[in-house]
Each structure stands twice: as C-alpha cells, then as structure tokens.
Design a protein around this ligand. Sequence first.
Ligand SMILES: Nc1ncnc2c1ncn2[C@@H]1O[C@H](COP(=O)(O)OP(=O)(O)OP(=O)(O)O)[C@@H](O)[C@H]1O
Ligand SMILES: [Mg+2]
Length: 255
Amino acid sequence: MSTPTNTPMRPPLLKTTDLQLAFGAVVVADHINFSLHEGERLAVIGQNGAGKTTFINICTGLIRPQAGKVYFEGKEVTQLSPRAIALRGMVRSFQLPQLFAEHSVRDCIRIAAAGKRGRLGLWTPLKDAVSADAVEHVLEMVGLAARGNELSGALPEGQRKLLDIAMALVLKPRLLILDEPTSGVSTDEKHGLMATIMAALDAEKVTAIFVEHDVDIVSQYATRVAAWIAGRIAADGTPSEVLADPEIRKNVIGE
Ligand SMILES: Nc1ncnc2c1ncn2[C@@H]1O[C@H](COP(=O)(O)OP(=O)(O)OP(=O)(O)O)[C@@H](O)[C@H]1O
Ligand SMILES: [Mg+2]
C-alpha cells in the first residue's frame, strides 16, 4: 500500500464567513464571504464609505461584527483583541499613519516592537525592546536607515507611510493589511512608495491586502482585486477582470 504523498491543503490565511454589520440604517458589511491565500496581493477598491476600512477593522478585532466569523490560518479570531490578533500574525496599518511624533524614527520601531511583546514597562529601557539588528533591518528595507535619529513627526508624508510599514514589519506579520498606503502622497511619489513597500513584502514573504483608489497602482501591484459597493463585495477576481467589469467601472471607478 502506498502512502499518500500529498500534503493536506492549508486553510486560507484569512477567511470570513457571512460577516454582517450595520450602523443604524447604514449597512457596512453585507454578508461578506471572503478568503485570502498565502502570497496574494489583494487590492480592495470602493468609493468613500463603501465599508473598506470597516472590513479591516472587523478582521483585525477593532470592531465586532453583528454576525459572521473571522478565521486566521484556520482558527477563529472573531472575538480576539487587536493585540492578540497581531501576535498571531495579522497586522494592519491605518489610513493615517499612527506614529509617535515626538520620538525618533528608530524609537518608533522599538515602541512598536515593545507593544507586541508587552515589555514596555517603566523600568525596561526602550532599546531592549528589540535587537538593534532587527531595527536596522526594517529601516533599511523601507529606505529610512539614514533617518533613524530624526523625529518621526518631521518626516514628509511618504516617509511617514514607510515608517508605518516598518513598524508593522518589525512585528514579523504573515499578513499585512494596508489601509490606503498611498493616500496623502503626490501622484509622482505613489509608484516609488508602492515599489518600496512591495519589495519589502516580497523580501519578508508577507501576504498583503491594500486599500487603494488609484486604478494604475491597483493594476500594477495587485494579483487580485475585490471591489466593495455599499458593504458587499461586488466583484472579486484578477485586476483585468474586475477593472473591466461594467458595474465596477460605473459605480466604483466612476466612469
Ligand atoms: N463607528 C462608526 N459609527 C457609525 N458609522 C460608522 C462608524 N465607522 C464607520 N461608519 C460609517 O460606515 C460607512 C463605511 O465606512 P468605512 O470607513 O468603512 O468606509 P471606507 O470604504 O473605508 O471609506 P473611505 O474610502 O472614505 O476610507 C461610512 O458611511 C461611515 O460613515
Ligand atoms: Mg477607509
């Protein structure tokens, strides 16, 4: 008798089943059934108020759905805290970077790492939160190594975005969810910013979801696109399929 050589199928990295949430009469999650596999680069598109950030907030434990479940690597995380979810490897960035403006770039990385390990006590020197090598590694990946001693609050927006990503990468995520990584950055700078982010994600083998309004960026950097309309996923497929869909062109891209 031969032994089976196939390894068992891995569960999706992220899966949601029938997520539902309404704020009063406004439905922001309308029966969302969604799966994401390792290695994907998923762009989430949708008009303002469509429910993109709400979806991220539900997946990362910031808000609870009224119904439905969230699974990460096959295990339910619906009721876990954002920190517990980050510890398991699902880390997010915010639409507006959440930096520690009064601290240096290098200390921002250390504070982020200390927060994960729960080791930021009164008597713990910040420099002990994470190894110096790990700090330099993430700063180099996003091109900020030369600015490590500068105040994070003084960085231009593009570099603030990159610092935010470095603060997420130091947590060694398996999945990084980026809420509008190119917002607030000039059109000229967007491609360079995305190229840097994607190279860092490739180097660290991190799967990613990113919310993005710019169709050029979506077609260049996503392997898959999900389009949100009024709390539901109206289309989900390859960039060429979804961006050519007449409903999406009319109601999401606004043509
Ligand atoms: N805590 C809340 N209480 C009440 N309404 C909320 C809350 N959070 C979000 N909303 C509403 O839910 C809807 C979806 O918001 P969400 O932030 O998810 O949209 P979005 O797709 O991320 O939009 P944008 O592109 O502007 O970031 C909006 O109408 C918003 O006003
Ligand atoms: Mg949003």
